[in-house]
Design a protein around this ligand. Structure first.
Ligand code: F6R
Length: 620
């Protein structure tokens, strides 16, 4: 969501702060701001702008404002519209305290009212400005920085990572973390603060992830870390994963395209990584990482998957993996709903939080809820080893997709599918339902599907670019249909189209068509139908296609080799080589993503950073 980048050291900070914010652009934002302690005048000097970072950069271009300590912010509006006034940094009355914030402050209105009554003047509609004024009044009351921070965090509710820059403390950045991640990059005589290590990972790989409920006083050559009771904490720095070093677009026009093409390699790396945990002849550390004993694995009766968005679609597909391959009942929950539903702690169950970022607020809170109400093992399936979910769950399963920068998830989704498929097979082996040899063959099947994921893009690339994208980008709305394992895949496909092209797309299980949605069928609303490779279900899919054609609907199908009946019904058919029936979504995924990507490109949209969206949804 919001992006934070800050610098303190012997060099001028503006370059680092703006470059850092640029790398956070993928998280999505609507305005930006920069503030530093001006090296000439020794006071806070700032600039804010609505819109893209380039607007702020242009504004600062040629201006002398720079210093050896400064910070910047990209805002994703939660309280108050996107405009210059609401952009961060925000200030106290004397404009000597600047604060930037990622997260949401709950019930800030009550605090704001009290502060206003005490004479504080507010300019913006944001929750963040309240923090600056509250801190101002607490500093006046306590005359001690650490005491004032302690008092501040005792009054703030919600989730926040904060960075303060203060004229009275020109030699340090003050960083506070409560339920929203923030990291310090430790350099040689310089420090960086950021919401993601990508901001500085090409300069230093030594990092300190602030523990939850802690604050740090960051000077150019030292960090002091405290808990919220002001007890000093040990600095446990670590090396950031080499995968997180910023590599750019590597010649691709967009990160989304780069990431579509990275999928095969990402899945291959992920499976190799899981296999390496099995350690030939050694103790099997795969289950250790997941935080499960072999006894727990063998007795597992229910798998609960909790997630949001694209990760939820991956989990819905994985339900078929677990129930078919490992014969384990699987329940899939949307994290935002799960948190407010009655909680039934099933015996012999496990909770798997599926999250690319490992930071999604609802999923994280669902994890905390399970942990607070039961002893059921919790596992984070994520792409981000340094994430809060990895730290807070009992075990983890780490995908090896590398950083996903485009807001619309592509390679993380396919890696989630591959990981959950692998896990289902591993469970089947432990339960005696599958031999080691069958497990090996399953992995080959997986790699065949990922091969197809890539080769189908090449097969249809020219046709999509020259004819299909120009043609389909002219429609205002689409219907997506799928059945069985292809239904959650159709949900994901519709989401992808909506995200990057802003075209309205509604998705149904194709069997539901005749129960209402069939009224929508006309020749102005293309129907995209995804086939399956199960003979019985395939016949039903064909029947659904006939229902569409009988109403003169425009039909595009993703079908498999030999599915002539379906192919002949279609106005356009993508034909894909056959794979194992459960791997149908993986085989179709590259083509679907490429098709959607080209439609958005045809429309000239900002594909990597669609409007209103943020990559890591760290607010509820
Ligand atoms: C869509 C997309 C989002 C995320 C969702 C959960 O392309 O990326 O729907 O899947 O916000 O994010 P994670 O997986 O990081 O928990």
């Amino acid at each position: 969501m919001c992006g934070i980048a800050a610098y303190i050291g012997k060099k001028k900070c503006r370059k680092y702060v703006l470059e850092g914010l640029q790398r956070l652009e993928y998280r999505g934002y609507d305005s930006a701001g920069f503030v530093c302690i001006d090296s000439q005048h020794k006071h806070l000097s700032f600039s804010k702008a609505k819109g893209r970072l380039s607007v702020l950069k242009d504004q600062l271009n040629g201006s002398p404002h720079d210093g050896f300590i400064g910070m910047g912010h990209t805002r994703w509006a939660t309280h108050g519209v996107a405009n210059e006034v609401n952009a961060h940094p925000h200030f106290d009355c004397k404009k000597s305290i600047a604060v930037i914030h990622n997260g949401i402050i709950e019930r800030y209105d009550e605090i704001r009212k009290k502060l206003k009554a005490a004479g504080h003047e507010f300019y913006s509609d944001t929750d963040t400005e309240t923090i600056a004024h509250l801190f101002e009044s607490l500093l006046a009351e306590h005359h001690d920085l650490k005491q004032a921070i302690k008092a501040l965090v005792s009054q703030l509710e919600g989730a926040y990572s904060l960075v303060f820059l203060m004229e009275d403390y020109p030699e340090q950045l003050i960083v506070v973390r409560h339920r929203s991640p923030v990291v310090v990059g430790i350099g040689e005589g310089e420090m960086f603060v950021a919401s993601d290590p990508l901001v500085f990972s090409d300069i230093t790989q030594k990092v300190l992830f602030l523990p939850d409920d802690s604050f740090a006083l960051v000077k150019e050559d030292s960090i002091s870390l405290y808990d919220f009771s002001n007890n000093p904490l040990k600095i446990e720095s670590r090396e950031v994963d080499a995968r997180y070093i910023h590599t750019g677009k590597s010649g691709f026009e967009h990160y989304m395209l780069k990431e579509i093409y990275e999928q095969k390699l990402a899945i291959d790396k992920t499976i190799r990584f899981y296999n390496s945990l099995n350690g030939e002849g050694l103790e099997d550390s795969f289950w250790d990482q997941l935080g499960l004993t072999l006894g727990q694995v063998k007795n597992l009766k229910t798998i609960n998957l909790v997630c949001a968005g694209t990760s939820w679609h991956a989990a819905r597909i994985a339900q078929f993996f677990f129930e078919t391959i490992a014969k384990i009942q699987t329940k899939v929950y949307l994290a935002s709903e799960f948190r407010y539903m009655p909680f039934f702690p099933d015996e012999n169950s496990v909770y798997i939080m599926v999250s690319q970022s490992g930071e999604t607020a609802d999923t994280l809170e669902a994890l905390r809820l399970v942990k607070s109400k039961s002893n059921i093992p919790t596992i984070a399936l994520t792409n981000t080893p340094s994430s809060t979910m990895v730290r807070e769950s009992d075990g983890f399963l780490l995908m090896q997709a590398g950083p996903e920068i485009a807001v619309a998830s592509t390679k993380a989704f396919s890696c989630q599918l591959a990981s959950l498929y692998y896990l289902a097979c591993k469970l089947a082996v432990e339960k005696g339902l599958m031999s080691e040899e069958q497990m090996r063959i399953s992995q080959e099947d997986l790699l065949v599907a990922t091969e197809i994921l890539e080769t189908t893009i090449e097969t249809y690339k020219d046709e999509i670019i020259k004819h299909l994208a120009p043609r389909y980008s002219s429609f205002d709305r689409f219907i997506f249909l799928g059945r069985h394992i292809s239904y959650p895949f159709a949900l994901e496909s519709a989401l992808k189209l909506k995200e990057v092209s802003y075209i309205f797309a509604q998705c149904y299980p194709s069997g539901e068509l005749k129960h209402g949605p069939i009224a929508l069928i006309d020749n102005k609303t293309p129907v995209i139908l995804f086939s399956v490779l199960d003979d019985v279900i395939y016949d039903k899919v064909v029947a659904n296609a006939q229902e569409v054609k009988a109403r003169l609907g425009h039909l595009v199908v993703f079908a498999f080799d030999g599915q002539e009946e379906l192919i002949n019904l279609a106005d356009y058919a993508f034909i894909i080589p056959k794979v194992k029936p459960l791997l149908v979504p993986l085989a179709m995924i590259g083509l679907m993503q490429f098709f959607v990507y080209q439609i958005a490109k045809e429309l000239g949209l900002p594909i990597d950073k669609p409007r209103n969206l943020a990559k890591s949804v760290t607010v509820e």
